[in-house]
Design a protein around this ligand. Structure first.
Ligand SMILES: C[S@@+](CC[C@H](N)C(=O)[O-])C[C@H]1O[C@@H](n2cnc3c(N)ncnc32)[C@H](O)[C@@H]1O
Length: 182
């Protein structure tokens, strides 16, 4: 395995460098996700597979906490923290526009009835989350985690989130198709 750091929207690899590419939970953070997808397609060989995985934060559903508190957190997340909160559901369309073929898009919904189990997917329910992440507004942090604790103590906590997996193939250009038919 060889690790290289770089910007997904400006990959330092020649065209057709890889048989397949996989990009997980990155596109939601980038300024121009379509440019990044174009780069991922560019470095994939014609006929190779592109796999994009991303969260759809706007799908997040919560029960057991006061509705106004959940609304305050969602408003903060969607408007202040996340660059593209509905990225997951857009992956299929973005692959279509990038010219991919054999596109499939699958929603995977995670369901948690224990806030202690949410950490890797929904860190805003974990009291150990650093204030530096900015995920919880400072003004409601105490109230938020008190409500999470209360819901958990009553066994009334529930949170779901849908993550999308979209796959496709880089289409063959006429020249590559001609090469393959030889
Ligand atoms: C939620 S993490 C996902 C990390 C990993 N892909 C995974 O699934 O565990 C988001 C990652 O996106 C990276 N990232 C954000 N903007 C990026 C960009 N323009 N180019 C490359 N990576 C970027 C961040 O550095 C961070 O590691």
């Amino acid at each position: 395995m060889h690790y290289v750091e770089g910007d997904v929207a400006a990959l330092d690899f020649p065209d057709s460098s890889f048989d397949g590419v996989r990009c997980e939970r990155v596109l939601q953070h980038v300024t121009d996700p379509d440019r990044a997808i174009a780069e991922l397609v560019r470095v994939t060989r014609p006929g190779g597979r592109v796999c994009l995985i991303d969260t759809d934060w706007e799908s997040m559903a919560v029960d057991g906490l006061p509705e106004e508190l959940v609304a305050a957190l969602k408003g903060h997340l969607y408007n202040q923290v996340l660059c593209h909160p509905s990225m997951g559901r857009t992956l299929r369309r973005r692959l279509v526009r990038a010219g991919a073929t054999e596109i499939e898009a699958t929603p995977v919904t995670c369901c948690f009835a224990d806030p202690g189990a949410t950490t890797s997917v929904l860190p805003m329910f974990d009291a150990r989350i650093s204030a530096a992440t900015g995920m919880i507004p400072d003004g409601i942090r105490g109230e938020w985690f008190a409500a999470v604790d209360t819901a958990a103590a009553r066994n009334e906590f529930l949170a779901t989130l849908t993550i999308w997996v979209a796959t496709g193939r880089r289409s063959y250009t006429p020249s590559h198709a001609a090469e393959e038919s030889l």
